[in-house]
Design a protein around this ligand. Structure first.
Ligand SMILES: [Zn+2]
Length: 98
């Protein structure tokens, strides 16, 4: 259980709360949070996914972020960790923390 992902800027993500999530219209942006980051936005979630409480990690997260991690961990492991982080992000959004 658990796993560590990295952004190309060097920032590490060990759980859903390590990402910064901001709302932009009907979408939620999952961001790195490092102001120097070349990617900044790591994924996008639509409001419907938040309402349902589920989303497909391979569609939510940007290809550049997935590829960066799968080069190190393999795609299967990367998607497994992304799915865990995504469900943590979704549950915190649904509990109204954001
Ligand atoms: Zn970054």
């Amino acid at each position: 259980m658990g796993g560590r992902l990295e952004c190309p800027c060097g920032r590490a993500f060990e759980r859903g709360e390590d990402y910064e999530v901001s709302r932009e219209g009907g979408e939620y942006l999952i961001e790195c949070g490092n102001p120097e980051c070349p990617l900044r936005v790591l994924g996008e979630l639509d409001a419907g996914s938040v309402e349902r409480g589920s989303a497909d990690a391979s569609r939510v997260f940007k290809r550049a972020f997935v590829t960066w991690n799968s080069a190190r961990l393999g795609l299967e492991k990367t998607l497994e960790i992304l799915s865990e982080h995504l469900s943590e992000i979704l549950s915190s959004l649904r509990s109204g923390r954001q």
